[in-house]
Design a protein around this ligand. Structure first.
Ligand code: NAD
Length: 498
C-alpha cells in the first residue's frame, strides 16, 4: 500500500463501499425521519454518500440500546480478559482494513491519503490495542481502615457514554473516546462530525465483527444542533466526551446543567505557541518542525503551532528557512503520494481561513502563500501561508484560524516570550527550542499548556495524557488517565468481626 501511486489510490477509491446509515443496536438503519445529508469530498466537490441525518428519535434509540446492553451486563460485567481479547481483535481488524480507513478519511475531509495510511489508521489500531492491553492490568484499592472494616474503592463503568467528535482526525478522535470508554466497560453512542462521518460507521461495524455485543457501540451521524444537542441534553447519558471548538464545549456544559448533570469532558480549541531561542543549535531542524507544526493536516490540528515567537537576532534567518519549507509544501490531490498538503475540509472552513488571511494582509507582512487555490480546477485548497512581524494583539496571533496560517512574532527577552506565549485564552500545547537545559526546563515550567514539547513539536503518545488548560478545556484523552473520565469511584464498605 505504501508504494501505491496516485492511479492506484484513485482506482481503489472508486471501488469503495460507503456505510451511510446510522449504526444502532448492531445494525445499519436509516434515520427515523428518513432524512439524509450529503458527505462531500472537499478535494473534488463530488458527493460521496447520502448519510442518515439522525435527530432526537435516533439518539433516543441509540441511548436506549446502549442502556439495555449495559444493564444486561453483556459487556459491562464481562471478564476483563474477554473485553481485552475482543478489543485486540478490533485492533487487528483495523489493521486488516487500513487502506479502506485511509481512503475514507482522506475522501471525507481532504487529508493526504498517505498521512491517513501511515498515521491516522495505524494510530487507531494502536490505541485500541493499548487500551485493550491495559484492561487486565488495572487494580482497585483497599482503604487503610483497620481491623473490623474493609473498604474497597473500585473503578466502575459509568453506563452510557456519549462522544461528540470533530472532523480533523475523524477515525482517531472517535478512537480516542471509544477505545478507553469501551475498555472500561461502558456502552458508547458516538456522533461524528457531519463533515466526516464515514470512518466511524465502518469502525462500529468492525467492532461488532470483533465481538463487541449489539447495542454497546452505536454511531448516530447528524448535525450538531440536532443529534449533538440531543446527546448533550439526554437524561440517560452519564458522560459526554467532547472534542471540538471552545464555543460548543461551553454549550455542552450548559446542556449538562439543563439536563441530568452528566459529566462533560471538553477538549477544545488552541492557539499553540512555538518559542525558538537563538541558542537553539540546529535551526534547520527547528524550521522543519515549525513548518510541520503548522502545515501538517492543512493546519487543521487543535494543537497546531500557529504562533511562532522567534528571538529577534535570528528571526530573519529563521523566516527565510520557513519560507523555503512552505514553498515545498504546496497543496495537491490528497490521493497523490507526491502531494505535501491536502484540501481544507469544506467551503465554509476555507472561507473562514481566507477571511483571516485577507485581514492579515492589511496588518502584517505576508511572506508566503495567502491565496485560495484549486487543484485540477476543483476543490478547497489554501496555500501554506506565513505572516511575519505580526503584532501580538492582532487577530492573527489571538484567534484559532484552524488552517495553514503561521504568525511570526519576534521577541527580545525570555521573559517577554513567556509572557506573550501565556497571554492567550487557550492552553493546549506549546513548544520550546533551545540547547540550554536550564532554559528548557525554566521556560517549560512557566508555560501554561497541557503538553510542552522541547526541541520537537506536538509530542504525543498513547502513554501520555493529551488535553489542555484554560479554554482549551480540561478533558484528557490517552494514557491511563483517560479512564478517570469513563469510570466512577465506588466504595464498598464491609463490617466484619475482627
Ligand atoms: P465544532 O465545535 O464545530 O464541532 C465539533 C462537534 O460538535 C461536531 O460533531 C459538531 O457536529 C458538534 N456540534 C456543533 N454544534 C453543536 C451544538 N450546538 N450542539 C451539540 N453538538 C454540536 O468543531 P469542529 O469545527 O468540528 O472542529 C474544530 C475544532 O475542534 C477546533 O476548535 C479544534 O481546536 C478542536 N479540536 C480540539 C482537539 C483537542 O483535543 N483539544 C482535537 C481536535 C480538534
Amino acid at each position: 500500500m505504501l508504494d501505491y501511486t496516485k492511479a492506484d489510490w484513485t482506482k481503489r477509491a472508486s471501488g469503495l463501499t460507503m456505510r451511510h446509515q446510522a449504526f444502532i443496536n448492531g445494525k445499519f438503519v436509516d434515520a427515523a425521519s428518513g432524512e439524509t445529508f450529503q458527505s462531500i469530498n472537499p478535494a473534488t466537490d463530488a458527493v460521496l454518500a447520502d448519510v442518515a441525518s439522525c435527530d432526537l428519535e435516533d439518539v433516543n434509540r441509540a441511548v436506549a440500546s446502549g442502556r439495555a446492553a449495559f444493564e444486561a451486563g453483556i459487556w459491562s460485567r464481562t471478564d476483563p480478559a474477554h473485553r481485552k481479547a475482543v478489543l485486540l481483535k478490533l485492533a487487528d481488524l483495523i489493521r486488516e482494513n487500513l487502506e479502506e480507513f485511509a481512503l475514507l478519511d482522506s475522501l471525507d475531509m481532504g487529508k493526504l491519503v498517505t498521512d491517513a495510511a501511515t498515521i491516522d489508521a495505524p494510530g487507531s489500531a494502536h490505541f485500541f490495542q493499548w487500551y485493550a492491553e491495559a484492561i487486565d492490568k488495572i487494580y482497585d484499592e483497599v482503604a487503610p481502615t483497620g481491623p473490623g472494616d474493609l473498604a474497597i474503592v473500585a473503578r466502575v463503568p459509568l453506563g452510557v457514554v456519549g462522544a461528540v467528535t470533530p472532523w480533523n482526525f475523524p477515525l482517531d478522535m472517535a478512537t480516542w473516546k471509544a477505545a478507553a470508554a469501551l475498555a472500561a466497560g461502558n456502552s458508547v453512542v458516538l456522533k461524528p462530525a457531519e463533515q466526516s462521518p464515514l470512518s466511524a460507521l465502518r469502525l462500529a461495524e468492525l467492532a461488532v465483527e470483533a465481538g463487541v455485543p449489539d447495542g454497546v457501540f452505536n454511531v448516530v451521524p447528524g448535525f450538531g444542533h440536532t443529534a449533538g444537542q440531543a446527546l448533550g441534553l439526554h437524561m440517560d447519558v452519564d458522560c459526554l466526551a467532547f472534542t471540538g471548538s471552545t464555543l460548543i464545549g461551553k454549550k455542552f456544559m450548559e446542556y449538562s446543567g439543563q439536563s441530568n448533570l452528566k459529566q462533560i469532558w471538553p477538549e477544545t480549541g488552541g492557539k499553540s505557541p512555538n518559542l525558538v531561542f537563538a541558542d537553539c543549535e540546529n535551526l534547520d531542524a527547528a524550521a522543519d518542525m515549525a513548518a510541520f507544526g503548522i502545515f501538517f493536516n492543512q493546519g487543521e490540528v487543535c494543537s497546531a503551532n500557529s504562533r511562532l515567537y522567534v528571538e529577534r537576532s535570528i528571526k530573519d534567518e529563521f523566516v527565510e528557512k520557513l519560507v523555503a519549507r512552505a514553498a515545498g509544501m504546496q497543496p495537491g490531490d490528497p490521493l497523490d503520494p507526491a502531494s505535501k498538503m491536502g484540501a481544507i475540509v469544506d467551503r465554509k472552513q476555507t472561507e473562514g481561513v481566507m477571511k483571516f488571511v485577507e485581514a492579515g494582509k492589511q496588518t502584517a507582512n505576508l511572506v508566503a502563500g495567502g491565496e485560495q487555490v484549486h487543484v485540477d480546477g476543483k476543490g478547497c485548497f489554501v496555500l501554506p501561508t506565513i505572516f511575519d512581524d505580526v503584532s501580538h494583539d492582532d487577530a492573527l496571533a489571538r484567534d484559532e484560524i484552524f488552517g495553514p496560517v503561521l504568525s511570526v512574532i519576534p521577541f527580545d527577552a525570555e521573559e517577554d516570550a513567556i509572557r506573550m506565549a501565556n497571554d492567550s485564552v487557550y492552553g493546549l500545547a506549546a513548544s520550546v527550542w533551545t540547547d540550554n537545559l536550564s532554559r528548557a526546563l525554566r521556560v517549560s515550567d512557566r508555560l501554561m499548556a497541557g503538553t510542552v514539547s522541547v526541541n520537537t513539536v506536538d509530542a504525543l503518545s498513547a502513554m501520555t495524557p493529551f488535553g489542555g488548560m484554560k479554554q482549551s478545556g480540561f478533558g484528557r484523552d490517552l494514557s491511563l488517565h483517560s479512564f478517570d473520565k469513563y469510570t466512577a469511584l465506588k466504595t464498598t464498605w464491609i463490617k466484619y468481626a475482627p
